[in-house]
Design a protein around this ligand. Sequence first.
Ligand code: AMP
Length: 210
Amino acid sequence: MKIIMLGAPGAGKGTQAEIISKKLGIPTISTGNILRAAVKAGTPVGLQAKSYMDAGKLVPDDVIIGILAEALKGPECANGYILDGVPRTIPQAEAMEQQGVDIDVALDLAVKDEDIVVRMGGRRVCPACGATYHVVNNPPAKEGVCDKCGAELIIRADDAPETVKDRLRTYHEQTEPLLAFYKERGKLKTVENRPSIEENTAEIIKVLGI
Ligand code: AMP
């Protein structure tokens, strides 16, 4: 199964992708995680991407299209995958179609802007393995420490309140048009936000029929 996770930053795409990924035994490809690793490693892509990411803006389409094409070549993607945070623009979605990437479902996690702002304030991430937590909704077993690899959790620089507002604006302007794009293709499925991660997962499982 090839699934695209759509939704605003902080809608829970990464968290739900990880759960479904385990359930279906297919990998999650997160362009955000790939870019953060590139920034950390100081690669040419990382150097190019950093200023956009820090400002809550989108990294140019050609960079993303290259990263995605490379990631999808991996043998682990042969039986399907979940795309988290990509495509984020119509040109990215068109490029994917041109490359023959034929997805089954575009899953929209619909969360109101005011709920997003609250959520992002509590998000904590692992700089080593990319796992995400929330201080209230999804805390690690030991405060401030990653359950998976033991690294110290951090607040993402682009989760600062001012940057969150910019990221939401970017989402509405550039990413939201993808809902109509996939609706036209009969691929869009929407999950309205529920109070807990578990309830959202249950709804996603129902909608995907898995
Ligand atoms: P994320 O972890 O998905 O929220 O991504 C963090 C940041 O990486 C975004 O705010 C963008 O600057 C950049 N980014 C990730 N994926 C994409 C994409 N598909 N297109 C453009 N920029 C992206």
